[in-house]
Design a protein around this ligand. Structure first.
Ligand SMILES: [Zn+2]
Length: 435
């Protein structure tokens, strides 16, 4: 017996060599279909793609590992760039946020991760709350889930979007105190220290609360948070470590402050104006709108009264803002930001966006654009030789109707992550990973 398997009996078995024949590849870069393609994957990678009918790819491959995709579509795995797997899974509303222990949350997170994989998300970017421990558990095969890119704790100022104390809570909180999914930091010195500490503890990027938010009790949406000096300190830390900062910002003022100081990503951005969108395009910044969160928060009465009023305001403007940003040339990514009981609606973001964007624009947001945001553009987001074998088998063309990705049970026949079939709804595709 392999001794490493004795120590870690959950270690995943090496990937089988799989060959898909007669596939129609969905290419989000060119916005085209590549027909009659044969695709060979092994050791987690796409090793060969041929379109000239050459049968050499199947040589030496067992029959059950040659899968005929005639009439089916092979699409890159999806990437959700704004999730919070740690925020009150299994609770009906946000009132549970202050009291939920990290242990309770952690035990429930595998369910959230598996459900995301089931929907076709092979990678996710957690914008606050997910730990290195859960990321490594997925990588090691302890639990199935999408590959994770994590922010660790988000950084917030006192009284900012990450500070969950109400106005009658007079308890002082000192530097770096954790509040929900955030750490409270004030002044450049604490910003340096705790940005560095997040990186030390495995953060792939740094998330800051650069403006007011919906779910926080004592700030307003139009507040600008953090001073220039504080943001500069955090940007310096991230840059020195070869990564980037992304900011929770809704208003033009908050967005402009952040991007002028070197912040690379903007989360939400619902209230952006044209001037600011143009600045973002010029600086090659990324915008990750999260519209479904606002739709569902309203439908499910998720927020307390003060949050609900703020939510209405940003929901109305968010769709128009996203369209304007895309038209201005901003790289827009797919995000959802669903909390608590709302994760089931993750794929509905595709339908919400389809009222203002084309299927290609939306598919790019969840594949190539997202891959660039997580700095994996050479590895993720495309069905291409040398790329990770993160693939979806679909029975309809998403470039024709993107909302098929929202009807998962009907249209997403298989989800392959790292060259292993993680989910199958089709008898021709055997599952490699036990749930
Ligand atoms: Zn968020």
């Amino acid at each position: 017996m392999d001794p490493s398997r004795m120590i870690k009996p959950w270690k995943l078995h090496p990937q089988r060599v799989l060959v898909f024949v007669n596939a129609t590849i969905v290419d989000p870069v060119q916005g085209e279909l590549i027909e009659h393609a044969n695709v060979r994957i092994s050791e987690g990678k796409i090793t060969h793609i041929v379109t000239n009918g050459a049968s050499a790819l199947t040589e030496g491959v067992a029959d059950e590992n040659v899968i005929d995709l005639n009439g089916k579509f092979l699409c890159p795995g999806l990437i959700d760039c704004h999730v919070h797997i740690a925020v009150v899974p299994g609770e009906a509303d946000l009132r549970a946020y202050k009291d939920m222990s990290e242990r309770i949350s952690l035990l429930r997170q595998p369910r959230v991760l598996k459900s995301m994989l089931d929907r076709g998300f092979t990678s996710i970017r957690d914008c606050g709350g997910a730990s290195l421990a859960i990321k490594e558990a997925v990588e090691e095969g302890v639990i199935p889930g999408p590959r994770l890119f994590i922010a660790g704790f988000a950084l917030s100022q006192t009284g900012g979007h990450g500070d969950m104390r109400g106005p009658h809570d007079s308890q002082l909180c000192c530097g770096g105190t954790m509040s929900g999914i955030s750490r409270i930091v004030d002044g450049p010195a604490e910003c340096y220290k705790f940005a560095r500490d997040e990186l030390r503890q495995g953060a792939d990027f740094i998330k800051i609360m650069g403006g007011g938010g919906v779910a926080s009790p004592t700030d307003r949406i139009d507040h600008v948070q953090f001073s220039d000096e504080e943001i500069k300190a955090i940007v310096t830390v991230a840059r020195n470590a070869g990564t980037y900062v992304t900011s929770h910002s809704y208003t033009p003022q908050a967005i402009q402050q952040a991007i002028n100081l070197g912040v690379r990503g903007i989360e939400h951005g619902n209230l952006i104006d044209l001037e600011t969108a143009k600045m973002m395009a010029e600086k090659d910044c990324f915008l990750t709108p999260t519209l479904i969160a606002h739709v569902m928060s309203k439908q499910m009465n998720f927020l307390p009264a003060d949050g609900a009023a703020k939510n209405d305001e940003v929901l109305e403007k968010g769709l128009k803002a996203m369209k304007m940003a895309v038209d201005a040339g901003v790289t827009v990514c797919f995000g959802t930001d669903l909390l608590g009981p709302m994760h089931f609606a993750q794929s509905k973001e595709f339908s919400v966006r389809s009222s203002v964007l084309t299927p290609l624009q939306i598919l790019r947001s969840a594949t190539v654009n997202a891959a660039r945001l997580v700095m994996q553009e050479d590895r993720l987001g495309q069905v291409r030789e040398g790329f990770a074998a993160d693939l979806l088998v679909l029975n309809e063309n998403p470039l024709e109707d993107i909302t098929i990705l929202d009807r998962v049970e009907e249209h997403v026949l298989g989800v392959i992550k790292d060259g292993r079939v993680a989910v199958s709804r089709w008898d021709q595709l055997a599952v490699d990973i036990c749930p």
